[in-house]
Design a protein around this ligand. Structure first.
Ligand SMILES: [Zn+2]
Ligand SMILES: [Zn+2]
Length: 115
């Protein structure tokens, strides 16, 4: 996977009232992410499973408020971010490409549906 020519986030902003994360990117896009969507997409082995073993998320119908409350973001190397959740969970690494592909702003959603 190449990372050099891909936009990377330059800053982030948490909006607790809307339970959303906003990220500014090097290509000047501002991406929008609902906390709950991010939590359900946690790619760590515990949440998403690994090697054919189902993850915690596959056995859950809903998540608690603590589990879906984002309290901070930490950079991982130069390729990803780790959300820090209120329940203490912080092992999910979202690589930039994936994070950007998950942007829920109107523009990106339109592009993804091809409408
Ligand atoms: Zn996880
Ligand atoms: Zn977007």
């Amino acid at each position: 996977m190449r990372h050099n020519d891909h936009p990377s986030p330059t800053s982030f902003f948490l909006e607790p009232a809307e339970r959303r994360l906003y990220l500014s990117w090097t290509d000047e896009h501002e991406s929008l992410h609902n906390w709950e969507t991010l939590r359900w997409a946690c790619p760590c082995a515990w949440c998403a499973g690994e090697g054919g073993v189902p993850g915690m998320l596959q056995s859950r119908q809903s998540l608690s408020t603590e589990e879906t409350t984002l309290i901070n973001i930490e950079p991982v190397g130069r390729y990803g971010l780790t959300p820090i959740w209120e329940d203490g969970h912080k092992t999910g690494i979202f690589v930039y490409e994936k994070l950007r592909a998950m942007c829920e702003c109107d523009e990106c959603r339109r592009q993804r549906t091809g409408a």
